[in-house]
Design a protein around this ligand. Structure first.
Ligand code: SAH
Length: 400
């Protein structure tokens, strides 16, 4: 299955690899609509989840196109309600419990998510879904292109890398890293076996290395990536998160955007806004969106940023003061941002050009099984604040 099984009636179905599947997909999507009673147009956001369907993830997870892609260009026709201004860009983990993406899609004007694994753009996997109303033609990647394999990124690790560990990419960079007992156990197992170690030991070690994204830093010695290495893989400037404890840095980095991926999608804004843009940034974290815009050479005249974590706010502020000349306004909690305040920012900045954010995935992501209660979970339900605030901006801008 492809990315457009549930594609809008108004949108043209697009198969990023060749177009052969197109007719079949349109057929399938027609059948689905029938089965679920009514077209996408008629669907209204509902919170009971009764008519949820799971959304098949595309394989390969390449989104609508990739840098260097030379296929036919894709034109999608968005429903009128979905078009800007403002442009908006929403992100979350691709693998969410059943029905979550279908529901997010329904709230966000039935725009189909663009699922991308950052593996195709850098040396670490990161499977994410992006719902946005940006044009998808004439995108351009950040240059220089980031290293695409582990050894391209970190050639010095070749020295101790065993031939039986054949990873070329890291798995998704997470908010937690391996504790000392994990790496100690690896060392102990390896030093008490021959070279090469028996299959069972190899298998165990390979599994731990993939799971925790370990690198080989000495004889039999595997270690977690350092925060500065994560910054590099994720496309942040060196020392972006420096000055905070390691636990905080891993947490902030593990939650962040992969900058090159997001920049590729946002690159279309450069020609549209030669005089810069105003941004409403929800769940800003350490500013993956802002760093992407900056690296694209897009001037941010003003950013209104909402981020609850104080360390993240400090990280953004210090980066901003070093690199930007525009206005940065920082707000703590999306819940506290109400219509009147939104309207006053809209008035003050003449509207927002971009509303960007990825709401917390704590109740959605796989590693957190105990609280995997979907979109209604304590953290994930903040998606509804994204939706609420976006609509509030739209109506304030309509009244400008
Ligand atoms: N895209 C960001 C990270 C998003 S992770 C980046 O590039 O770094 C989600 C973020 O939402 C986290 O940083 C978390 O601290 C923040 N958050 C959680 N609850 C929030 C709330 N109620 N209001 C604002 N931000 C919140």
């Amino acid at each position: 299955t492809g990315i457009c099984v549930h594609w809008q009636v108004t949108a043209r179905c697009f198969d990023s690899f060749g177009g052969k599947k197109r007719a079949r997909l349109i057929e399938e999507s027609k059948k689905k609509r029938k089965r679920y009673g009514g077209g996408a147009q008629g669907k209204r956001p509902s919170s009971d989840g009764s008519d949820e369907e799971s959304m098949p993830l595309p394989n390969p997870m390449v989104g609508f196109n990739l840098p260097g892609y030379r296929g036919p260009s894709m034109t999608r026709v968005l429903p009128e309600l979905a078009t800007g201004p403002p442009y908006f860009y929403y992100e979350n983990v691709a693998r969410a419990p059943k029905g979550v993406w279908a529901k997010i899609t329904r709230f966000l004007f039935d725009i189909q998510p663009e699922f991308v694994d950052s593996l195709h753009l850098c040396a670490a996997a990161r499977k994410r879904g992006y719902i946005h109303n940006l044009p998808t033609e004439n995108r351009s990647p950040l240059l220089p292109l980031p290293p695409k394999t582990i050894f391209e990124a970190f050639p010095h690790y070749k020295k101790w890398w065993p031939s039986w560990d054949q990873r070329t990419h890291f798995n998704c960079l997470q908010t937690c890293t391996a504790s000392a007992p994990v790496t100690e156990r690896i060392q102990q197992k390896l030093s008490s076996s021959g070279n090469p170690p028996p299959q069972s030991v190899q298998k165990y070690v390979r599994h731990q290395c993939s799971k925790w994204n370990l690198v080989w830093v000495g004889k039999d010695k595997a270690a977690p990536l350092e925060p500065h290495e994560m910054e590099y893989l994720l496309g942040f400037p060196k020392d972006h998160t420096r000055g905070f404890g390691k636990t905080q840095r891993y947490k902030s980095l593990g939650n962040s955007f992969q900058v090159d991926t997001v920049a590729y999608h946002l690159s279309v804004l450069r020609d549209m806004f030669p005089n810069g843009i105003t941004v409403l940034s929800l769940f800003t974290g350490i500013g993956g969106g802002e760093v992407a815009l900056h690296k694209l050479g897009i001037h941010m005249r003003a950013v209104v940023s909402i981020e609850i974590c104080k360390a993240n706010r400090k990280i953004l502020r210090s980066w901003w003061d070093q690199t930007q000349t525009g206005t940065l306004i920082e707000i703590d909690d999306v819940k506290s941002l109400k219509d009147d305040e939104i309207a006053s920012y809209v008035h003050r900045f003449g509207g927002f050009d971009l509303v960007i954010g990825g709401s917390p995935c704590n109740n959605l992501a796989g590693s957190n099984r105990h609280h995997r209660d979907g979109l209604e979970g304590e953290h994930s339900s903040l998606f509804y604040d994204y939706f609420r605030i976006l609509n509030s901006v739209k109506s304030a801008m309509a009244n400008m």
